[in-house]
Design a protein around this ligand. Sequence first.
Ligand code: SAM
Length: 481
Amino acid sequence: MVRAEHLLRLRAVISRRLGLSLDESRDVELGEILARRLGERGRRDASAYLDALETSDEELRAIGQLLTVGETCFFRSSAQFDVLREVVLPARPRSRGEDLRLLSAGCSSGEEAYSLAIFMCEWERRCEPATWLRWHVRGVDLSGRSLAKAAAGVYSAWSLRETSAELRERYFTTRGREHELRADVRARVTFEQRNLLDASSALSAPEAFDAIFCRNVLMYFTPDAARAVVARLTAALAPGGVLFLGHAESLRGLSNAYSLESSHGAFYYRRPESRPVTAPASAPRTAERAAEPLAPPRAASPARVDPPAVSSASQVHLDAVRELVSRERFDEALDALTRMPSFAGAEVGAAVLRAVAHLGAGDVDAAESASAHLLAADEGSAEAHLVLALVAEHRGDRAKAIEHHRAAIYLEPDFALSHLHLGRIQRREGRIDEARHELGQALDLLAREEPSRLVLFGGGFGRAGLVALCRTELATLGGAR
Ligand SMILES: C[S@@+](CC[C@H](N)C(=O)[O-])C[C@H]1O[C@@H](n2cnc3c(N)ncnc32)[C@H](O)[C@@H]1O
């Protein structure tokens, strides 16, 4: 008989050992899973079963595969493959004379790992044999059932929905409704059943991979589990290597060991060329910035933890500075920031104010350098990207401005002011559909934008003024709301 206390315990074990974040809304499903596993194992005592689950990896995996979502397909988010071809492969020094190693972490039934293999075969077809690299792809997943499907290499048309007819033709043999991947491509990929949270052979060798795809996996984890997995992946990534996440995922709050970069409309994270990372503990290390990153990594530091509480003295001071900024008394605001001996727990807030005040005072260079400092302290700062976008706009560099707004939105999808500024640039660029989309997003999000952000980035407009501005902009685009 499954009782509430059993569900509570089951949820706790799953969170601790699998890293999965499950709230009470999944209790009915958890109850069914527990009852099913008890039946399949011929057990009646749920408490004894839960005791065993604390130490049994096999049973844990069985539970995990019932709970995780394996949704995937070949060539999902194809822009990231463009980055691999145009940015990662050309930058890789051939002098290293080593194999190119790619990892699909959370590979599900193999589509992602095999897409990488097909991608590499295509790359070989297009370049001179003299420039070929030896390469290898590894896939890791918790689910034995998914990995069995990966090993078989046989897929439905649904799995190939984002694969061109040309690639289907070249790499698959079709029998009825099934598509079997060519054996020589399958042979370039190895799969391993592993829990990404455990010390695992695939990830335990330091700097083992040049690129890691860990897409649509972290989103199911608790913050602590996601931080631990990212620390492990960081240690497994070669200096200069890149990490690809799912399009709705970011490293904000999880790690400062990377620079955020973008290309071909995709964001990705680069581990700087630097000192070796030694242990796959929760302390990723980093050093100098990679070429032209959107967000430089900060100095060697542990994975980010929740920010310390802001002391009340710091808060009072920050509020006073924000008030000066809102009254456009930028020089006084900067003076107050300089005179303040410390901003215990509020360094990032103070850095945002400094960047905004410099911008307001017309010192674009100082605003840029203050934002760069801010990013060094908090690589996931959407606000720093917004200031950098405004700096770029001041300089007439709309392309750069768009890039930084996109980075801000990537880091904080609900950042109304970045949507608004981006939409306005796009309107000026004649990108009507995109402008309409961004301004529509801004309009929806403005109602809940933080008041302090309206003060700092609203250009002197209050909430109502910004909403009216959005409506006017949309009306000029023929999209009145
Ligand atoms: C939604 S799929 C993502 C597949 C692929 N990466 C993609 O984006 O198309 C998530 C996968 O993560 C795997 N997973 C979840 N938790 C895991 C863990 N702790 N260790 C290893 N794999 C895990 C699941 O089994 C599932 O196959």
